[in-house]
Design a binder for this molecule. Structure first.
Ligand code: HEM
Length: 177
């Protein structure tokens, strides 16, 4: 995964739980990188799992809830770093542009980026998005989607269902109310 995912996670941990917790988490996570991240570097996604697992045992917050919170936090990072992608008129148009535009451009910028795939089905007020990724980060996607909805100021309900038990395929159903 790209370093920005790690540098921003460390920032969130420091802001939300304090520098002592961040140091404890890094020390106990046994990281190949030693917990020293550069935003342009690339690191194993197992390091993300280790950091979240340690943070969970430190804070007693479930790993999925931490990943969800991190998705919400990361939206603000995207908004300030990649303003050019926020040119879509509404939430559904923006979400539909992730797979065939935004993540395509991201891959051009960082050929080693590991991105999820999304497929779409739109019918009136409903957008179904199928998430596929071997990294099982659909709770991160949910956080990003919720903040996208908030950003556009729309009233949209999101339902998340696992299509595969391991979380590698997840269906999101977004309904405009
Ligand atoms: C400006 C908009 C966006 C940009 C620039 C962007 C860029 C990125 C980048 C750089 C990564 C990390 C790749 C890596 O570490 O190798 C990533 C991962 C990811 N992105 Fe996006 N993204 C955007 C919007 C979104 C939105 C709105 C969603 C959700 C609906 C989303 C879903 C994900 C997920 C779930 C991952 C984690 C990797 C995985 O699940 O396999 N992205 N994105």
């Amino acid at each position: 995964m790209k370093g920005i995912v790690f540098t921003e996670l460390c920032d969130m941990i420091e802001k939300e739980f304090g520098p002592k917790t961040l140091n404890k988490v890094i020390d106990s996570a046994n990281l190949e990188s030693g917990g020293v991240y550069s935003s342009v570097g690339t690191y194993k996604d197992t390091e993300l799992v280790s950091l979240v697992t340690q943070l969970s045992s430190e804070t007693k917050i479930a790993p999925q809830d931490l990943i969800h919170a991190y998705g919400k936090y990361f939206f603000n990072v995207l908004k300030s770093n990649y303003e050019m992608f926020f040119d879509k008129p509404d939430c559904f148009e923006f979400l539909k542009s992730i797979d065939n535009h935004i993540h395509v451009e991201v891959k051009k910028l960082y050929p080693d980026a590991e991105l999820p795939r999304f497929s779409y089905e739109e019918d009136g007020n409903t957008l179904k998005m199928k998430y596929t990724s071997p990294r099982h980060l659909s709770s991160f996607a949910l956080g990003l989607m919720e903040k996208t909805i908030e950003h556009y100021g729309e009233d949209i309900e999101v339902l998340k269902e696992n299509l595969k038990e391991d979380g590698s395929e997840v269906l999101f159903t977004l309904t405009k109310k």
